[in-house]
Ligand binder design. Structure first.
Ligand code: LLP
Length: 403
C-alpha cells in the first residue's frame, strides 16, 4: 500500500504519484499478448524520464510526435530503431533529427510531408523509412476532441489519396516504404471502432498488394481505453489481441502498437490537499490545491475522474463540487460528487491521472508545476522536482528601456 500521507509530508502537494508495478503489469499484458509486435509507448501520455526508462527496461519502443519527445526517448534509453514518429506538423529540424537518430519509421500524414521528408533524406544521403497513415473514416473515441480517424479530421490520408501516393513512395529512391499506419483516437471503450478501422486497413493492404505494391509493416496505433468510471468496461488486451489476430494476422506483416493511456493511465494519481471548504449558494465547494492547471481533462473534455479523500471522515455523504484554485469557472474537477465531511488540510486522491495529467499541466495563474514521485514497492522516489516560483520567471527578461 502506497503511503500517500508520507509522500505528501516529504514532497508536498499537489504531487503526481505513479506506481511502477502497475506500469510494468500493463506493459507485460501487451508484451505477452503480442509476442512478435513492437510495443511503441505513446510517450505523449507521460514524458517523465523515469517512467519512460522503466518502460524502456521492459523492452518498450516509443511513438513520438515531436523533437522534444525524441530527445526524451534518447535520455530515457529507448532505442531509436524502436521509435515511430507520427504527427501532422513535423518540422524540417524534427525530420532531420529523427533521420539522423535512425528511427524505425516516420508515419506520413500528407503528400506535402512525403515530398519534404524525401528531400531532406536526399540531402542527408540516406533513405527515409516511412509508412503512410490511413484515415479509415471511423469515429468511436470517448471525446470528439480525441477522435482522429474521421474524414475531415486533420490526420492521415483518405484511401483515394493514399493509394496513388503509396505507389509514388514505393518508386521513390529516397524513401524506404515500410507500410501503413492507422490511429483512430484515444479512450476507446469497445472493440467495434478498432474492428471497423482494421477491416478498412486490411482492404487497403489487399488493394495495394493487388497492384504489386509491398506492405511489410502495419502500425495499428493506440487508443485502448481505461475505466475512469465504474460504468466503463474497456476491452481487455486479450480481446484486443484476438481482434488483431483475426483482422490483421492473415496479412502476415510486422505489427506495431502504440498504446499510451493503457500503459500508464491507471498507474497514476494526483495527491492533493483541501485548501478550503466553502458553502456556496448551490452547495458545497471543496477547494483543492490541484485544479485545471494540474489536470485539465475535466475542463477540456468533460472527462470524469474518481476523486476521493485519502482517509474518509465518518459522517453523511453530501454532494460537493471539487474545484481548484484557478480563476475560471471551468476549474471544476468533479461535480455533484457525494463526499463525507472534509476539512481544510485533508488529503484527496484524484485517480487515473497517470496519462495526460502532468504532460498537459500548466502554470496558469503562476502556479508552479507539481512534483512527481514514482513508487516501487517500498521505494518512493522523486522523479521530477516541484517547480519553484523563481523557476516560473527564470526565462523572463525585462528590457533595459523599462529599467
Ligand atoms: N498514436 C498516436 C498517433 C496518437 O495520436 C495517440 C494519442 C496514441 C498513439 C496513443 O493513444 P492512447 O493509447 O493513449 O489512447 N489528451 C487526451 C488524449 C489525446 C491522445 C492523442 N493521441 C486525453 O487527455 O484524453
Amino acid at each position: 500500500m502506497t503511503d500517500f500521507a508520507a509522500i505528501a509530508q516529504a514532497h508536498g502537494t499537489p504531487t503526481y504519484v505513479y506506481d511502477a508495478a502497475a506500469i510494468r503489469a500493463a506493459y507485460r499484458a501487451f508484451a505477452s499478448a503480442f509476442p512478435g509486435a513492437l510495443i511503441a509507448y505513446a510517450v505523449k501520455s507521460n514524458t517523465a524520464l523515469a517512467v519512460m526508462r522503466l518502460l524502456a527496461r521492459e523492452g518498450a519502443g516509443a511513438d513520438i510526435v515531436s523533437g522534444g519527445e525524441l530527445e526524451a526517448c534518447v535520455r530515457a534509453g529507448i532505442a531509436p530503431g524502436a521509435i515511430v514518429f507520427s504527427g501532422v506538423g513535423k518540422t524540417d529540424a524534427e525530420i532531420t533529427a529523427a533521420l539522423a537518430a535512425g528511427v524505425l519509421q516516420l508515419n506520413i500524414e500528407s503528400g506535402a510531408e512525403l515530398a519534404r521528408i524525401a528531400e531532406i533524406a536526399r540531402g542527408m544521403g540516406l533513405r527515409a523509412p516511412v509508412a503512410l497513415r490511413l484515415t479509415p473514416d471511423v469515429g468511436g473515441a470517448a471525446f470528439d476532441q480525441t477522435t482522429t480517424g474521421r474524414r475531415g479530421d486533420k490526420f492521415g490520408l483518405l484511401e483515394e489519396d493514399l493509394v496513388p501516393l503509396y505507389a509514388q513512395a514505393h518508386r521513390h529512391p529516397d524513401l524506404d516504404l515500410r507500410g501503413l499506419s492507422v490511429h483512430i483516437g484515444s479512450q476507446i471503450l469497445s472493440l467495434e471502432p478498432f474492428a471497423a478501422a482494421f477491416a478498412r486497413l486490411a482492404e487497403v493492404v489487399q488493394r495495394l498488394r493487388a497492384q504489386g505494391l509491398p506492405v511489410r509493416a502495419l502500425d495499428l496505433g493506440g487508443g485502448l481505453g481505461i475505466p475512469y468510471e465504474d460504468v466503463h468496461a474497456p476491452p481487455s488486451v486479450r480481446d484486443y489481441e484476438a481482434l488483431v489476430r483475426r483482422a490483421i494476422g492473415p496479412l502476415d506483416t510486422e505489427i506495431i502498437l502504440e498504446p499510451g493511456r493503457a500503459l500508464v493511465g491507471a498507474a497514476g494519481v494526483i495527491l492533493a490537499r483541501v485548501v478550503r471548504v466553502k458553502e456556496g449558494a448551490s452547495g458545497r465547494f471543496v477547494v483543492l490545491d490541484a485544479g485545471m492547471n494540474t489536470l485539465v481533462r475535466p475542463a477540456l473534455y468533460g472527462a470524469r475522474h474518481r476523486v476521493e479523500p485519502l482517509a474518509p471522515r465518518p459522517g453523511p455523504l453530501e454532494p460537493c463540487a471539487v474545484v481548484g484554485p484557478i480563476c475560471e469557472s471551468s476549474d471544476v474537477l468533479a461535480r455533484d460528487l457525494p463526499l463525507p465531511p472534509v476539512e481544510a488540510g485533508d488529503l484527496i486522491l484524484i485517480r487515473d491521472a497517470g496519462a495526460h495529467g502532468a504532460c498537459l499541466a500548466s502554470t496558469y495563474n503562476a502556479h508552479p508545476l507539481p512534483a512527481e514521485v514514482l513508487v516501487d514497492g517500498d521505494k518512493a522516489s522523486l522523479i521530477r522536482a516541484r517547480q519553484t516560483v523563481p523557476d516560473l520567471f527564470a526565462r523572463d527578461r525585462v528590457p533595459a528601456w523599462l529599467a
